[in-house]
Design a protein around this ligand. Sequence first.
Ligand SMILES: [Fe+2]
Length: 467
Amino acid sequence: MHRPLLLATFITCALLTPAAQANENPVPRSVGQPYAAGSLADRIVLTPGANASTQMAVTFRTDLQQATGLLEFGPALAGPQVTAQVQQLTGETRRLDGENGPSLFHQVRLEKLTPDTAYVYRVKGSAGWSEWQQFRTARASFAPFTFLYLGDTQNDILAKASRTIRQALRSVAHPALVVHAGDLVASREELAHDDEWGEWNQAGGWAYAAIPQLTAAGNHEYLDTLLPDGSEGRNLSPHFPAQFALPRNGAQGVPDTSYVSDFQGVRFVVLDGTSALDLGTLPAQTHWLEEALKSSKATWNIVVMHQPIFTCARPEDTEPLKTAWKPLFDRYKVDLVLQGHDHCYSRLTHAEGRDATRKALKANQAIGPVYMVSVTGSKMYGLNDRARTQPDRSAEDTQLFQTIAVEQNRLGIRTYTADNRLYDAFDIQRDAKGRKVLHEPKLHKQAERFCNGETGPDGLPCTGRAK
Ligand SMILES: [Fe+2]
């Protein structure tokens, strides 16, 4: 009588066992050399220029046979004869040798573009041209747009971060820009850096070639090196400046990883916290930051940096950066600070805590910058002792992405979990006098996600490790 039941139980166990094993043994990184440079160009990434209405840049990779960086571009046409009006440009080329063999990274800067105009381009590999990619320049003055903000992708980039990235990309109709707050890859001591960059590019695919990518460098974009005196030094990974042709208008001594980009009425100021903390460039970046904010004529000013001013996982805040940069954010009325590094979620308006935010909301009090921390990839840290009460909202053990709608008098920030459910929703609203208040629209949000002891918010073991 009980035999069928026993058999069913046995089959269920047999079916579950391999899946359980797969969980314990994560998907291995690429096997063999699928990420070696080939005869067609790959890793094609579009980045915004200092003025995104007239300047963009393209980076791509080829094998050694394609010795020069060749790009064709012209105005986008409605019909198929796109080649009729194109011009050919050459760029800078640098060689990179990694575990996948040698390759060439080419960078072509597109200048004097017409604002608010669609262009097409393609790039040359040794066996032929890529498909035509299409992008649109920003408008010369303010106009509403929506952009995406991603925290650390870093780990299991293809296996687990890609679904968050791809969900983000299809969550709004026309994402104008993708902001990455650093730690795009893990690198550092690990050897397989080129595979990670291959995974990062595969995760975003053609979208990275068509939508400008505004990237900040994290500590994991730096490689640990041993100095002659036995101490540890840090060098920027050669992949970062090879992969992104960013505007070289940053702080002295930080040419590849600090910059400003004006995008359709928003000034994005990108800082390099690792260089500031470990390589002695804090004074230079502080001086430059002040100039970048003081000279801004933008409708909104948004800072992008990796190490958070207010942490949600680490026991201490990033005090040197907090001391040097927070007063400038306050003085020059920065609107939003987008950060990563802590592998948790935090939206913080008042250092005094979420109760202070509630009171301010009720009293319609003016606010300063809103500080956000988010994470896209699989690596998680446990929350610190104040992360459940200091930020307005936080999360643990959760992959997330953000959509940010930019309007003349409102920034509409929405945070979604990787499975595309709304997690946080707030607006920064500004009145005619420039006074800003926080607004929380009444939308259905899921409950805050925390680990409870060893149990995570999905009822599975919590993966957030104490920092
Ligand atoms: Fe990280």
